[in-house]
Write a new protein. Structure first.
Length: 371
């Protein structure tokens, strides 16, 4: 595919209207632009779409505008490793400084790759996520749903080690607590004085201890009967070295109850819904294996924009990166039950995140009698 070059800051540039048709030509073009103050130029592609490219020393920006005039423009972003903090970078257009949010500024090497891929490739770059300027949502250019962009990613050795170590630590602590809940009542019951025994019946205190042991044993059975299966899935997840990166643009969040675990939040993302379980976002010291990233020192979850990396089999969260303002969580109370609404769906046990291919409104409908 050929592209035509036009300098948006200098109408008299000698290369205006020249063709760029190869990777070598793209690299040569960028090399020839070195040393200028930050400015923007345009590449008009054969399919009618355009790339507005900003160049400033070692960074740049790219805006892709489709040819149909109906689809909104999109900006290239690197959500996993933005090169700059907050604020803007100014690019000259027609002699006027035009501010571009630093969220859209990416390393110049990626800008060159984007231009090459759009001209001679398929336009896909693993490090780039395209953000729709009309909705503020991230997504791959070929994705018709801007709410959630799911991409394959890889895990690091330290992430895999932390995940296994933290799971084993959690199970060890649970085992100690369970054994204590079982052994303490039994020991106390056996140490009761003989005069407390009336016939063949123990006193109410001993009965209470016995019931406590039964409850603890039942709970332990429920917890540990699925632990080997989950550990096998977790080990397979870690050995695969792969994970899934979900770039989220959310418009609504609702707290709810399920039969699996609590608390839980349903996060609406257009035609899809992200369900988060277990409250791992409320007490971060409880899950040290999750890495939190944000421009702010204390990121708040859920947010209007964030990125989650999760293991594909178990749905266990590896990292969370906050990229937007906090998203308020709606808490409705049913006056008849005085409880949160219940989400009626089948969810696996011991999961952090589930992605449903259904809009939030179809899962939880608003009842005007709730408040």
């Amino acid at each position: 595919m050929n592209a035509m070059f036009f300098d948006l800051d200098c109408d008299e540039h000698p290369l205006n209207g020249s063709a760029v048709a190869s990777a070598e030509a793209v690299r040569s073009l960028f090399e020839g632009l070195n040393g200028r103050r930050a400015f923007m130029f345009q590449l008009q592609l054969e399919d009618g779409s355009t790339l507005d490219i900003g160049v400033a020393d070692c960074i740049g920006c790219v805006q892709h505008t489709p040819r149909d005039g109906m689809t909104s423009s999109r900006m290239a972003t690197t959500p996993t490793s933005p090169p700059l903090g907050g604020g803007d970078t100014e690019f000259s257009v027609g002699g006027t400084a035009t501010p571009i949010d630093n969220r859209y500024c990416v390393p110049l090497s990626l800008v060159v790759q984007i231009a090459i891929q759009m001209i001679v490739g398929d336009g896909t770059i693993a490090e780039i996520v395209w953000e729709d300027l009309a909705t503020g949502c991230s997504g791959i250019m070929t994705d018709n749903n801007p709410g959630i962009d799911a991409q394959d990613d890889v895990t690091t050795a330290s992430e895999r080690q932390k995940t296994i170590r933290e799971f084993c630590s959690q199970m060890s602590i649970s085992l100690v607590i369970t054994l204590a809940a079982i052994c303490v009542p039994i020991a106390l019951s056996l140490s009761l004085p003989l005069e407390w025994v009336i016939g063949e019946r123990l006193t109410s205190l001993a009965t209470a201890f016995g019931m406590g042991s039964i409850v603890a044993i039942t709970a332990a059975f429920g917890i540990y009967r699925k632990a080997p299966t989950y550990f096998a899935s977790l080990s397979a997840d870690c050995k695969s070295g792969s994970c899934e990166r979900l770039s989220i643009c959310a418009h609504r969040a609702v707290a709810f109850e399920t039969s699996v675990t609590a608390p839980a939040i349903a996060i609406g993302c257009g035609d899809r819904t992200l369900i988060v379980f277990g409250g791992w976002w409320t007490n971060r010291s409880r899950r040290p294996d999750i890495t939190w990233k944000s421009v702010e020192p204390h990121p708040e979850f859920p947010a209007k924009r964030f990125v989650i990396r999760r293991l594909t089999r178990t749905g266990r969260v590896l990292s969370v990166q906050i990229e937007g303002d906090r998203l308020p969580v709606e808490r409705w109370i049913d006056p008849q039950t005085m409880n949160l609404p219940t989400l009626n769906a089948d969810f696996p046990l011991s999961v952090d995140v589930v992605l449903l291919e259904r809009p939030l409104d179809s899962l939880i409908g608003y009842n005007p009698n709730w408040n």
